[in-house]
Write a protein that binds this ligand. Structure first.
Ligand code: FE
Length: 336
């Protein structure tokens, strides 16, 4: 009861808050404190006041569905293609025609109907213990090779990063190959899936894992600042971008879309265009250790240290269609 009253109060204050240039109501599931800078810079540049509601992606999507045409939400920001696709399927986003967004955001990083756009990327790659692995797997498919039995740490199949990775493998290699791969990875696990990506990296330091799958920004963060259980021993960890002779490294996307019933639609489009600007794109690398979505934007030193690589340019809007297949495969092979 208390929760719903609280939610109503927030919604009311979002709808009535105002400034000369108006307001922008953002629902965000990005879990990074440093995003404050992005919002502050936009407010300063435009005079538009940002109101924010943060929560987990599924809750925010459910909330927007429940609020329907009365939703105060103007923009939904979230991580992972699967969630952007889920928001589109739920009917809570609208198409946006913007020359700026079309020009700046590569076509493989945006929805076919322009309901969402990717603004930053993270490479989902292999990390390994230098002293115990001589020949790391060179491709995603090779991670399932029996040579790596008992060596692999990777998080649960409930994690959207893994769902999208498997959906990309379905897209690139077909459903049968994807299922064989998932079976092989389960057989190679060093332990039952547990924790987040950072915990897989910690397992390399503790010796529990020899090979770990993680998004690049968790490792880049440990290069830049002290991450417990990793940074002090980071020299023990090597990394590689998989599939460089094949499809390229799988890229996990963070993106945003304009809400279907956005009360401040023009401001919402302005905000998305701002996210595609050089100023905001540089921030994604400097502030959160990600790769910018806009080609040619400079990388932070710790991100550049990961080295240049070939990214998989498979259309993520197509990959999103294979997420139900990925979930089915995870269940079939018993990937916890
Ligand atoms: Fe994350």
């Amino acid at each position: 009861m208390k929760t719903s009253v609280f939610a109503t109060v927030i919604a009311a204050s979002l709808a009535t808050a105002a400034s000369a240039e108006g307001v922008l109501n953002i629902y965000s599931s990005r879990h990074y404190d440093t995003d404050e800078r992005l919002y502050g810079d936009f407010e300063e540049a435009t005079g538009i006041t940002i109101n924010r509601i943060e929560g987990n992606a599924d809750e925010l999507i459910a909330r927007m569905e429940a609020e329907g045409a009365n939703s105060p939400a103007d923009v939904l920001i979230t991580v992972d293609t699967s969630r952007l696709a889920r928001a589109k399927d739920a009917g809570i986003l609208q198409s946006v025609e913007s020359d700026v967004l079309e020009d700046k955001i590569p076509s493989n990083l945006q929805d076919a109907d322009n309901q969402w756009f990717g603004f930053s990327q993270r490479a989902r790659i292999f990390f390994y213990a230098k002293d115990s692995v001589d020949t790391p797997p060179a491709t995603y498919l090779e991670l399932a090779d029996p040579a790596y039995k008992g060596k692999v740490c990777i998080r649960s199949s409930t994690n959207t990063y893994n769902q999208t990775l498997l959906a990309a493998i379905v897209t690139n290699h077909g459903e049968d190959a994807a299922k064989t791969w998932a079976e092989g990875v389960v057989a190679n696990m060093a332990r039952e899936p547990q924790g987040g990506d950072t915990d897989q990296l910690r397992g390399l330091v503790s010796g529990e894992c020899d090979i770990a799958v993680s998004n690049s920004y968790y490792f880049a963060r440990a290069l830049r600042s002290d991450v417990e259980g990793i940074s002090a021993d980071i020299d023990k960890i090597a990394w590689l971008f998989p599939a460089q002779e094949a499809e390229g490294a799988h890229m996990n996307l963070s993106g945003a879309g304009v809400a279907a019933h956005a009360p401040n639609r023009d401001n919402a489009v302005k905000f998305l265009e701002y996210l595609a600007s050089d100023q905001a794109q540089v921030y994604f690398s400097n502030g959160n250790d990600e790769f910018p979505a806009v080609p040619g934007v400079a990388l932070a030193d710790n991100v550049a240290k990961l080295g240049s690589f070939k990214a998989d340019e498979v259309n993520l809007s197509e990959v999103a269609k294979n997420i139900p297949t990925a979930q089915k495969i995870f269940n079939e092979v018993g990937w916890k």
